[in-house]
Design a protein around this ligand. Structure first.
Ligand code: GLU
Length: 432
């Protein structure tokens, strides 16, 4: 079983989507199920409706899953297992106050040493624990041996017991910490491989230690994906619009192109343009580069254009708000100068809108519009052109510029002869 474990705390980041895609691909390759686990344990940061938004995005990207779990549904298991650990003396109640711990943290900082919990409460006599009315957290005892993690991208990584430390698994308010909930849930769902962002690498030995302490002997494999950098070489953050999947979709990037791009970067792929289904055939998790991937919106646009070109005419026409093949073919011509569906719409919509004609051509456009309205249907552009020219008496710039404005709503663009092929049946709707 694999899992995608997003937190419902904001717009889905492209880094998360990349994680979801890789989990989906590997689940298909291994013929194992993929579940979605909404990590909603941090009540203050949860945003209402974000869980559904995440599922909708997965749907748009064709990422199929067998089940959705909300982590908060598992609270009773988290508490029961924390108690089991206390009972087995693998965890202990810690009465150190947050202020006291903060003081210790400051002292460590001043001494330029990494902060470690001093195990002050690790061996408290039973009576002191039982009769103590102060609030407490539960900490798991630090491991006694090194922990080695097998990671498809980073290789084998070994952590020392002091790097794991005796850390908190249950907060004072009796809710589990992220590491505890995550480790227990991965165990309960029988996860075989965890694919996630490398910002979680330092959590991994802690989660492994929790499961070992709970006597779970299955070793989960890992793949920690390097971060995605922006143009300035910094981590893509919320400030970068393109980091939001929703933003990219609104800008007119196709899900298939975004997926293609996110699988392509920092990877060795047999080709540049491919579908998610194709990627399942050759994707190799261990081929992902160890170094960060760099996000390049121009490259994404280039890929988007290729995916748009691959759509059949009717589909393409739907993306620009129509439903017929001719408009799709017309849109295809405009793909020379547009790279997103939003840009395409901005080229197609003016064709059918009321035309803004520059002063200079206003008069000739008026004459021409009347002539066109009264003209018969012409199959060929040359016949149409010759007829209008003759009837209107316009020529040269005063013919071609107003014609372009009247037919396309723009002063520049593709060859009018070329687009006439797809517009000839719509002349009545275009010249109003
Ligand atoms: N909820 C975490 C996140 O969104 C992911 C945790 C995990 O995959 O283990 O970053």
């Amino acid at each position: 079983m694999l899992r995608f474990a997003p937190s419902p705390t904001g717009d889905m980041h492209i880094g998360n989507l990349r994680v979801a895609l890789f989990n989906y691909i590997v689940s298909q390759q291994k013929k194992e199920d993929l579940i979605v686990r909404i990590e909603d344990t941090d009540k203050e940061r949860n945003i209402e409706g974000k869980d559904q938004e995440i599922l909708d995005i997965l749907g748009l990207f064709d990422i199929k899953y067998s089940q959705v779990i909300h982590q908060s549904q598992n609270f009773r298991f988290h508490s029961a297992m924390a108690l089991q650990l206390v009972h087995e003396k693998k965890a202990f109640a810690c009465f150190c106050s947050p202020e006291w711990l903060e003081k210790k943290r400051e002292e460590a900082k001043e001494a330029k040493k990494p902060y470690r919990y001093d195990d002050a409460c690790a061996e408290l006599p039973h009576e002191l624990v039982i009769d103590n009315m102060n609030p407490f957290t539960i900490r798991i005892k630090r491991p006694t041996e090194n922990i080695t993690i097998k990671d498809y991208i980073k290789g084998e990584v070994t952590f020392k017991p002091e790097d794991v430390d005796s850390f908190i698994i249950m907060r004072q308010d009796k809710t589990p910490t992220y590491n505890f909930a995550c480790a227990v849930d991965d165990m309960l769902s029988d996860i075989s491989i965890v694919i996630r962002g490398e910002d979680h690498m330092s959590n991994t030995p802690k989660q492994d230690h929790i499961r070992t302490s709970l006597n779970y002997d299955k070793k989960i494999e890992y793949a920690h994906l390097p971060i995605i950098l922006n143009d300035d070489g910094k981590k893509m953050s919320k400030r970068d619009d393109a980091s939001s999947v929703k933003w990219l979709l609104e800008e007119g990037y196709l899900p298939s192109a975004i997926a293609n791009y996110l699988i392509l970067i920092g990877n060795k792929t047999p080709k540049e343009i491919f579908t998610l289904q194709e990627a399942i055939e050759w994707f190799d998790l261990s081929a992902i580069s160890k170094s960060p991937a760099r996000f390049d919106i121009n490259m994404l646009k280039h890929i988007n254009k290729k995916h748009l070109k691959n759509l059949d005419a009717k589909e393409l026409s739907r993306y620009v708000g129509f439903a017929d093949a001719e408009i799709g073919e017309l849109a295809r011509i405009y793909l020379e100068e547009a790279g997103t569906t939003k840009e395409l719409k901005s080229k197609i919509a003016p064709i059918f809108a009321k035309k803004e004609i520059p002063e200079e051509f206003a008069e000739s456009a008026k004459i021409m519009a009347e002539t066109i309205k009264n003209a018969p249907y012409f199959e060929e552009y040359d016949d149409f052109k010759n007829y209008i020219m003759k009837e209107s008496g316009l020529k040269g710039k005063n013919f071609f510029k107003p014609l372009r404005y009247l037919l396309t709503g723009a002063g520049h663009g593709p060859d009018v002869a070329e687009i006439y092929k797809y517009l000839k049946n719509y002349i009545g709707a275009i010249i109003k």
